[in-house]
Design a protein around this ligand. Structure first.
Ligand code: ATP
Ligand code: MG
Length: 427
């Protein structure tokens, strides 16, 4: 036998019945998006590498070490599997001048790729839901997108996620903070790890985002960006806070919250949980007013977030949230394969009426006994068995038998009028 090929490390198959949980979550996402008036956008998985280098910032974890980049084998163009969704959406919005007739509210669902060390809640292909509200400058939409995530937790029945909030101010404000930050870290150079040393002058803000536990105290004591904010930035932040307070959404201001990409300004936020260990950030986002211009579009303000589907599913599982698994309405038991023309005509008529029917099909050992077919019908989860026995078929009928409720009497139904009794099978 040939060697068994395996999926790439850190990239997972999503198999049934597990995939039903994914579909259930995606359905909930689409319901919430509709409620808030966000429209679906689908951009390519592969983008030009400079989009991410320019958009996310050169001195970021993603660009420095996590991207799957390669050259187009024909023309040598630098290409990258998207590590996040915002840059691609912004590129598409700019490329197609989507904002020409006003701001846009968009969402996406799809795979992202980062070359990280695989562990629970951290994969190399993972999946995000993202929202991007483009062309809106006010704190009202910051609050809107934050509350959309809350609406999703509620839709899913999740309770254990908390909101953390910060403001990164504007580039000029960050300049003053940057100088103070460098001075602080310079004074404690011996406590900086290698990465922080390297980033000290190129991107000191990134040091605040370190995952190194040995540096937490130093980071804790660093000058707070909040103290460098001017009036306008503070007013924006306070308006977001007031909106959250008005709807009773608790939050914690976390001055260390800087996010992993350079494109953010003003509001940044994360929805976090204590239930997923080190991978506790479920959803993160913020305002990115400079990004569109940075990648060559007409300047426009924007705000959005990205959410890790695997982490949300892990939370749901941990919380024991019951996810309905779809079962067929009926299972067609077919003792004699010669009856196929009649059987298939009937089940097709039922399906056309919206009934889900799983038809027994011959396995390698043949059609299987009546008894083994009943077992399969039971295991399928179907609520009814349709028994296409020889006696029934001779009279142009099929036996309908409840598999779940003994109090429902077995009935005989005419094959030719399947459309009329189909509704009685639908769940
Ligand atoms: P982390 O701090 O955990 O590395 P991040 O700040 O890099 O997260 P973002 O870039 O903000 O993450 O992505 C948004 C969300 O996508 C995260 O909050 C998380 O839920 C999810 N996510 C990010 N990276 C991964 C990954 N490698 N595997 C699974 N989910 C991920
Ligand atoms: Mg990360």
């Amino acid at each position: 036998m040939a060697e068994q090929l395996k999926a790439v490390k850190g990239m997972n198959d999503i198999l049934p019945p597990d995939s039903a949980r994914w579909e259930w979550l995606e359905d909930a996402v689409r319901r919430v998006m509709r409620r808030y008036g966000y429209l679906n956008i689908r951009t390519p998985i592969v983008e030009p590498t400079p989009l991410f280098v320019r958009g996310l910032g050169e001195v970021t974890d993603i660009v420095e070490k996590e991207m799957y980049s390669f050259e187009d084998r024909l023309n040598g163009d630098p290409l990258t599997l998207r590590p996040e969704g915002t840059a691609g959406v912004v590129r598409a919005v700019a490329e197609h001048s989507l904002l020409y007739d006003g701001p846009k509210r968009l969402f996406y669902i799809g795979p992202m790729f980062r070359h990280e060390r695989p562990q629970k809640g951290r994969y190399r292909q993972f999946h995000q839901v993202g929202v991007e509200a483009l062309g809106f400058a006010g704190p009202d939409v910051d609050a809107e997108v934050i509350l959309m995530a809350r609406a999703l937790w509620r839709e899913l029945g999740l309770t254990d996620v908390r909101l953390e909030l910060n403001s990164l101010g504007q580039p000029e404000e960050r300049k003053a903070h940057r100088a103070a930050l460098i001075a602080h870290f310079e004074a404690h150079r011996e406590q900086l790890d290698e990465e922080a040393q390297r980033r000290l002058y190129s991107n000191p803000l990134r040091i605040l985002d370190t995952k190194n536990p040995a540096m937490q105290a130093l980071v804790e004591a660093a000058p707070k960006l909040m103290d460098f904010l001017g009036e306008a930035s503070l007013a924006h932040f306070n308006a977001v806070r007031a909106a959250l307070e008005a709807v009773g959404q608790p939050y914690r201001i976390n001055p260390r919250l800087v996010r992993g990409m350079d494109y953010y300004n003003l509001t940044v936020f994360e929805w976090v949980t204590d239930r997923l260990g080190a991978q506790g950030t479920v959803c993160g986002g913020g305002r990115y007013d400079g990004l569109i211009e940075q990648i060559g579009g007409k300047p426009a303000p924007a705000v959005g977030w990205g959410l890790g589907i695997e982490r949300v599913l892990a939370l749901l599982e941990g919380a024991g949230v019951a996810v309905p698994t779809p079962v067929p309405d009926a299972y067609a038991i077919v003792p004699d394969v010669g009856a196929l023309p009649q059987v298939i005509t009937t089940v097709e008529a039922l399906r056309a009426q919206g009934v889900s029917v799983q038809m027994h099909a011959a396995g390698p050992g043949g059609q299987g006994s009546f008894k083994s077919q009943f077992k399969k019908a039971d295991a399928s989860g179907a609520r009814y068995a349709l028994v296409f026995g020889g006696d029934e078929l001779a009279q142009g009928q099929v036996t309908v038998k409840s598999l779940r409720d003994a109090s429902i009497a077995q009935t005989l139904r005419p094959l030719a009028e399947a459309a009329d009794w189909a509704a009685s099978l639908r769940g």
